[in-house]
Design a protein around this ligand. Sequence first.
Ligand code: PGA
Length: 266
Amino acid sequence: MKPLIVANWKMNPQSLAEAKRLFNSVKKRLKNIKNVEIVICPPFVYIPTFQYSYREPEPSVRYGASIPTIKLGAQNCFWENSGPFTGEISPLMLKNFGCQYVIVGHSARREMGETDETINKKIKAAIRAKLKPILCIGETKKVKKKKEIFKILKKQLRAGLKGIGNWKLKIENLIIAYEPVWAVGTGNPCQTKGAKISLFMIRKIISQLFNHPALSKKIKIIYGGSVNSKIARDYIKAGFDGLLIGGASLNPQEFIKIVKEISKAR
Ligand code: PGA
């Protein structure tokens, strides 16, 4: 399978003009890059600008659609498709605006009160809307110190994916992002040796959860947390199926360097 590279722009940039510049700058540099799947997750408000509109023919679409290598994703969604939920965005809205992916349970949102239970509801809603959910899991520094990584990963996966095993889900549409909380946005990435151990744990837990080791191997597991172009390739070599990139995705040169490194890695 092609490595998956997901850009999480978080709450950046601050104007549409800057967002367009960033998007176009990445797009321009993508020529001749093959063998990678690239997903950009901008803030909600920029999604319509970059959308693939299924109703419009190819040439009239202004941004994303003409470049098959860039897909769109969102950074969060709600668990209902409509109703009196002030301030929320539904998975169906995202789907209708051309998104194919949605990040769920990012550590920044968990820190603001997102629970495993709401994450599970969001994962299910995303699947119902035919979006590919990217479930973020990972341990805090405290958990790492207590050597309880396996325990927390198991808890997050069990609760986040509760009930999913019975769904008629194309398992390859499910993505797990291993993001140690202490590595996200700190400039301190997880060493590949440690990341590899967590990757092994995650594979083991999901094969138990789905009770089908061969099938669970189809689930993509990606790494995120202070990835830069110098170390990006190491994670792919360690067995990860892709990367979730925050800070470095706001710098088109650095982001493309990462993409190039990955396209050479397999
Ligand atoms: P970072 O962010 O690359 O800035 O650590 C990762 C993420 O937000 O998922």
